[in-house]
Design a protein around this ligand. Structure first.
Ligand code: ZN
Length: 87
């Protein structure tokens, strides 16, 4: 199977999902318990969730043009429907 570059130790990207708003995003499956950044509840291992990408505040002394942070958002806060899987 192809190496999944967007996987990390805490989650695996499982494919594309559509949010209630119609926005297509990436769906992730938790590999360990993760805390939802919005409501603070625990996203259980194996549960689907999405991520919200936000531009992190830049510090003047750091010469980086695109510092992004991704925050886990649980499926209760942001319901998602899995469209495709990359598995
Ligand atoms: Zn939540």
């Amino acid at each position: 199977m192809a190496k999944e570059r967007q996987s990390d130790s805490k989650s695996h990207r499982v494919g594309r999902a559509t949010l209630e708003t119609g926005v297509v995003t990436s769906a992730y499956r938790a590999a360990v318990e993760i805390t939802c950044n919005q409501c603070g509840r625990t996203i259980a291992e194996g549960e689907l969730f999405s991520r919200q990408t936000r531009r992190a505040p830049l510090h003047a002394h750091i010469q980086t043009t695109a510092v992004m942070t991704t925050e886990p958002i649980c499926a209760t806060c942001r319901p998602l429907r899995l469209e495709t899987t990359s598995e």
